[in-house]
Design a protein around this ligand. Structure first.
Ligand SMILES: [Zn+2]
Length: 98
């Protein structure tokens, strides 16, 4: 593959060096960014997005995703607590059957 060969061999001419620089700059320019915090994706996250269905990808960086997961876990815990509290207020022991 041309790209791999170019990557392995050190550039021997100014032209090749310039071409390599341009290819890298172009790559950075194409790099997706988080739709929430605008942070550039890591190579890993970028590859993941390319593998995933574009419409199915949330477009978030790993940090924002983790933040979302934490928030969901918190909300879930709060919801469960509220359900237990409500069931206790009703004096029912079968709150999970409602
Ligand atoms: Zn983000």
């Amino acid at each position: 593959m041309l790209l791999a060969a170019r990557h392995l061999a050190a550039p021997v001419t100014v032209e090749q060096a310039r071409e390599k620089e341009w290819a890298e700059a172009e790559r950075e320019w194409r790099r997706p960014a988080c739709t929430r915090c605008r942070a550039a994706f890591s190579d890993e996250r970028w590859a993941e997005q390319e593998r995933a269905d574009t419409w199915g990808d949330d477009g978030l960086c790993a940090g924002c995703r983790q933040g979302d997961a934490d928030q969901r876990a918190r909300q879930e815990a709060e919801r469960e607590q509220a359900e237990v509290a409500a069931a206790e207020a009703r004096g029912s022991r079968s709150w999970w059957r409602c």
